[in-house]
Write a protein that binds this ligand. Structure first.
Ligand code: ATP
Ligand code: MG
Length: 558
């Protein structure tokens, strides 16, 4: 290719340097979620980044559950996480790992450190450890146990393992430097006593490793070359390096940090999503208003749209927040040409064509997507009674209203011109019927050029249309007020985040819609069959996104 500018993100630059210098032979990356909740769009970034790097450099991608903490983990989350990652398209092949499978090796690693004089058992309780640790401006104090002999440490650690001590009675600490300017290096805890049942190892262990000790070991055991994590671990990197160095791993993994993905005015934190679920404010972890991966899938986002989004976000060292409109842009782009454009009436009013013979029906040809012939075409029955959108008729139109009003003529999409002759109101003054006449000369596709009309509206044939439910979504939080309440940190919820329309009609071809099938409903947006609540005879559609937006791609990403 001529003059192609290849720009690499900073992680790619590091990897290429490492490959060139021979620091690593094979690129191995991993995604290490803690199975304590569902994955969200931020995790998708990490997954696709790690998977993408392994693929780009012909390396391997590992899926690893970081399940070293027995309190919060649940099998439900393990299953959902696997499903989400598969759906996103990150293939770990046969490399599915559980950190808890390495408990024995971690224990041996701790023993090795004790033998090297690099770890000791301490009786200080949590509060004392905090006191001894010092502050950002003051160095810490030596632990009275720091001088213990190797033999005594080995014996005590063994006793911790055998269950001789209560939770919190003893910990194993690394012996590094109580006066280090980096607090993480002030003799961090490596192991704690916790008499808890683990979802994988059950009651085999009553001592559990701390994250900062376990994680580098997991990486080293699996031969991970680049351990990519988010920025908050930057200050932990010296400890990560200390662990792999002291344990003398041959090809030590390298930790690289990047900035988390944040979406403006969107709830991403696992903690907040969990609360919304537990408080019953949303319909589970996959409520289409959330940005968990399960929710995005249910809403109708595609893996391709999320891949595109993550690509546009880029990888950086600086925290920033991305507009939700960019995610919407990505799904619109993905669906625009790939989905059929169908007719659905969300807020119906009856239109009667007085000069169309009663009982007559004709089947009109409709291209499924004028911009993509491959999607083929369908037949739509046309007859005397139709439904149109209530907002497509006005008794007294404002200026520039080109849809139906008494005396005005519009085009019925894929069909004929109709002219509004009259309308009928109920006793409360609501319009219930619009009466029109049609002009048989004006049939779509007939080449009619006699006159033009300014408005085109969509419709469904009343006797053939199927009733369905449509759900429209807005931001879950109130953007005007900001996501979090300044006083108590709670969420400022938008009371209109969900609108349920139960009286919608779809054209017959849509009656076949299966869970996760998505379509454009002309003039309304993109919609997806709800996978949880939709039934063949009672279809439910979620609006994924409306058709238009004022959003423009940032120019540097074009
Ligand atoms: P949360 O902050 O939502 O609770 P977490 O960081 O606790 O998420 P983990 O299961 O520990 O969730 O994360 C697994 C991986 O996903 C980690 O490597 C973490 O750095 C990464 N990750 C989590 N949130 C984001 C985000 N917003 N953007 C990019 N990567 C993320
Ligand atoms: Mg975490």
């Amino acid at each position: 290719m001529e003059n192609e500018i290849v720009s690499r993100n900073f992680i790619e630059q590091i990897i290429e340097e490492d490959l060139k210098e021979g620091h690593c032979k094979t690129v191995r990356t991993r995604f290490p979620p803690e199975p304590n909740g569902y994955l969200h769009i931020g995790h998708a970034k990490s997954i696709l980044l790690n998977y993408g790097l392994a693929k780009k450099y012909h390396g391997k991608f590992h899926m690893r559950f970081d399940d070293t903490n027995p309190t919060k983990e649940k099998t439900e989350f393990v299953d959902s996480i696997k499903e989400d990652i598969e759906w996103l398209g990150a293939d770990w092949e046969d490399r599915l790992f559980f950190a808890s499978d390495y408990f024995q090796q971690m224990y041996e690693a701790a023993v090795k450190l004790i033998k090297k004089g690099k770890a000791y058992v301490s009786e200080l309780n949590a509060e004392q450890i905090r006191e001894y640790r010092g502050t950002l401006t003051e160095p810490g104090k030596e632990d009275p146990a720091a001088g213990r002999s190797v033999e005594e440490n080995l014996r005590l650690f063994e006793e911790m393992k055998e269950g001789k001590y209560e939770d919190g009675a003893m910990v194993l600490r690394a012996r590094i430097d109580m006066s280090s300017p980096n607090i993480n290096m002030r003799d961090p805890i490596l192991y704690r006593v916790a008499h808890m049942t683990h979802h994988n190892t059950k009651d085999q262990w009553c001592i559990y490793p701390m994250y900062d000790f376990a994680h580098p070991i997991e990486d080293a055991i699996e031969g991970i070359s680049h351990s990519i994590c988010t920025l908050e671990f930057e200050d932990h990197r010296p400890l990560y390096d200390w662990v792999v160095r002291e344990l003398e791993y041959e090809n030590p993994p390298k930790q690289i940090e990047f900035a988390k993905l944040y979406l403006t005015n969107v709830v991403t934190g696992k903690r907040y999503i969990k609360k919304l679920v537990e408080d019953g404010i949303v319909d589970g972890w996959d409520d289409p208003r959330l940005v968990s991966i399960a929710a995005l899938r249910r809403r109708g986002f595609t893996p391709e749209s999320i891949q595109k989004f993550v690509e546009l976000c880029g990888v950086s060292k600086a925290n920033s927040s991305v507009d939700y409109a960019m995610l919407e842009y990505c799904i619109r782009e993905d669906l625009k040409l790939s989905r059929s454009r169908m007719m659905a009436v969300l807020n119906p009013i009856k239109l009667i064509i007085d000069n169309y013979p009663e009982g007559q029906v004709e089947y009109l040809d409709a291209a499924n997507n004028l911009e993509n012939e491959e999607l083929g075409s369908r037949k739509i029955p046309f007859c005397r009674e139709l439904y149109i959108e209530r907002e497509d008729f006005m008794e007294e139109p404002p200026r520039k209203y080109f849809r139906l009003f008494p005396g005005n003529e519009v085009r019925l999409m894929h069909a004929y011109f109709v002219k509004c002759e009259s309308f009928v109101k109920d006793e409360d003054g609501n319009v219930i019927e619009v009466h029109c006449t049609y002009d048989p000369e004006t049939k779509a596709g007939s080449g009619f050029t006699g006159r033009k009309v300014k408005g085109t509206i969509h419709w469904v044939p009343a006797p053939y249309a199927q009733k369905c439910e449509v759900r429209l979504y807005e931001n879950l939080v109130d953007e005007e007020k900001g996501v979090y309440n300044k006083e108590d940190g709670s969420l400022n919820l938008n009371p209109n985040s969900l609108t349920v329309l139960k009286n919608c009609y779809i054209e017959p071809a849509l009656a076949e819609a299966k869970p996760y099938d998505s379509y454009q409903f002309v003039r309304q947006g993109f919609f997806c069959t709800d996978a949880k609540d939709s039934k063949p005879d009672a279809l439910v559609f979620n609006r994924i996104v409306s058709l238009k937006s004022s959003y423009k791609l940032p120019t540097q990403n074009k």
